[in-house]
Design a binder for this molecule. Structure first.
Ligand code: NAD
Length: 329
C-alpha cells in the first residue's frame, strides 16, 4: 500500500474528506492527491485535521485540460472518484449541473485514467441507482432503475463505468453505499438539517408523513468499506455497502430528538419531495463475505456520535445557514 499514489476527487466533501482523514499519514503527503472544485458543498475545513498530509488541486473534474494536466503531472496509480453533485432536492430544481458533473465529469476522469495507465479506478455510486423497493433488498445484479434526476445522473455514470470495464477492460470497481450520516455532513441533508433547526430553536421539516425508509450508514463505516475495496476489491465488480440499519424518516427524527434531549414534538410534516422514493434497502452480503467488512455503528450510536460532534461544531453548521434558508424557503 505504501508505494501507491492515490488521486481522490471530491475530497473536500462529506464522505471524501472522511476517507482522506482515514488514510492520511498512511501515505506520504505527495502520494495523496486531492482534486475538488470547492462548490457550495466543498469545504477545506473538513481536511484541517490532516492539513499538510495531502496535495490539493482546486479543479473542476469537467475541465478536461486541467484534469489531463494533473494526471500527466501526478501519474496516480489509483483513483477514488467521490466528486458529485449529491443533493436530490437540488437536482429537482436544477438538473443541469448534475448531468455535467456526475456524468460528463466521470467520463473525463475515466478517459484521463485510461490515458495515463491508472491501475484501479473506484467509482462511488449510490444505492439510489436501483430505485425504490417496497419489500426485499437490492443485490449487485438488480436492475438499475433510478427515479430522481440525481440518481439518474449517478446511474448514467455507473452504467458508463460498466461500459468502460466491458469495452476497454477499464480497471474499475463500483461501490454503492446507502444513506450516509455523521460529522461534517452539509446541513441540506436530513440529519444535519434537523440538528441545525433544533439548535436554532425551530422544528424539523419531515417530508410527507415521514414513512420513507432509509438505510443509515455511519460515514466512518462507509469509508472503512471504501478502503477495503481499495485494498482488496476485485476489478470489474460492484459492491453494495449498506448497514442494515433501516428506519423510517419519522422514527429517525424521533430518535434524533431524544438524542438531543429535545421535546418529542419538535418536528412538522411538510409537502412531500417530488417523486420521493419510498424505501431503499441493500443486500451487502458480498462486501461482508468477500472483503470482511462489518459496520461498527448502529443508528443509536451513530446519532449520539453525530450529535456530540455537532454540538462541538455548531459554528460550522450555522455558517451554512444562509444557503440552507435559500434552499428551504
Ligand atoms: N451522502 C450520502 O448519503 C451518499 C450515499 C451514497 C453515495 N454517495 C456518493 O458519495 C459521493 C460523495 O458524497 P458526499 O455526500 O460526500 O457529497 P458532498 O456533496 O458532501 O461532496 C461532494 C464534493 O464534490 C465536489 N465537487 C462537486 N462538483 C465537482 C466538480 N465538478 N469537480 C470537482 N469537485 C466537485 C464538491 O466541492 C464537494 O467537495 C458522491 O458521489 C455521492 O453521489 C453519497
Amino acid at each position: 500500500m505504501k508505494n501507491k499514489k492515490i488521486l481522490i476527487t471530491g475530497a473536500a466533501g462529506f464522505i471524501g474528506s472522511a476517507f482522506v482523514r482515514l488514510i492520511a499519514g498512511k501515505y506520504a503527503a505527495s502520494d495523496i492527491v486531492v482534486v475538488d472544485k470547492l462548490t457550495y458543498a466543498g469545504d477545506l475545513k473538513r481536511l484541517e485535521p490532516v492539513k499538510g498530509k495531502f496535495k490539493f488541486y482546486k479543479t473542476d473534474i469537467c475541465n478536461k485540460k486541467q484534469i489531463d494536466r494533473i494526471f500527466a503531472q501526478e501519474k496516480p496509480d489509483t483513483v477514488l472518484h467521490f466528486a458529485a453533485e449529491s443533493h436530490v432536492d437540488r437536482s429537482i430544481t436544477n438538473p443541469t449541473v448534475f448531468i455535467e458533473t456526475n456524468i460528463k465529469g466521470t467520463q473525463i476522469l475515466m478517459d484521463a485514467a485510461r490515458k495515463y495507465g491508472v491501475k484501479k479506478f473506484i467509482f462511488i455510486s449510490t444505492d439510489e441507482v436501483y430505485g425504490e423497493i417496497a419489500n426485499g433488498k437490492f443485490n449487485e445484479k438488480s436492475q438499475i432503475k433510478p427515479n430522481s434526476p440525481y440518481s439518474a445522473s449517478k446511474a448514467a455514470a455507473d452504467l458508463l463505468v460498466q461500459a468502460y470495464i466491458r469495452t476497454y477492460r477499464f480497471p474499475a470497481v463500483i461501490i454503492r453505499p446507502s444513506n450516509n450520516y455523521g460529522p461534517w455532513q452539509y446541513p441540506e441533508k436530513l440529519l444535519p438539517l434537523a440538528i441545525l433547526r433544533i439548535l436554532g430553536g425551530g422544528k424539523i421539516p419531515v417530508y410527507g408523513r415521514g414513512i420513507n425508509v432509509r438505510e443509515w450508514l455511519y460515514v466512518e463505516d462507509c469509508v472503512r468499506g471504501v478502503l477495503l475495496v481499495l485494498q482488496k476489491g476485485k476489478i470489474g465488480e460492484a459492491y453494495n455497502l449498506g448497514s442494515s440499519c433501516e428506519s423510517r424518516n419519522i422514527d429517525t427524527v424521533k430518535l434524533l430528538l431524544k438524542t438531543l434531549n429535545a421535546a418529542p414534538d419538535r418536528f412538522e410534516f411538510v409537502k412531500d419531495r417530488l417523486g420521493h422514493d419510498i424505501r431503499y434497502s441493500l443486500d451487502s452480503g458480498r462486501i461482508r463475505k468477500e472483503l470482511g467488512w462489518r459496520p461498527r455503528f448502529k443508528l443509536v450510536q451513530g446519532l449520539k456520535s453525530t450529535v456530540d460532534w455537532s454540538l462541538k461544531h455548531e459554528n460550522w453548521l450555522k455558517s451554512k445557514l444562509k444557503d440552507i434558508n435559500k434552499l428551504y424557503k
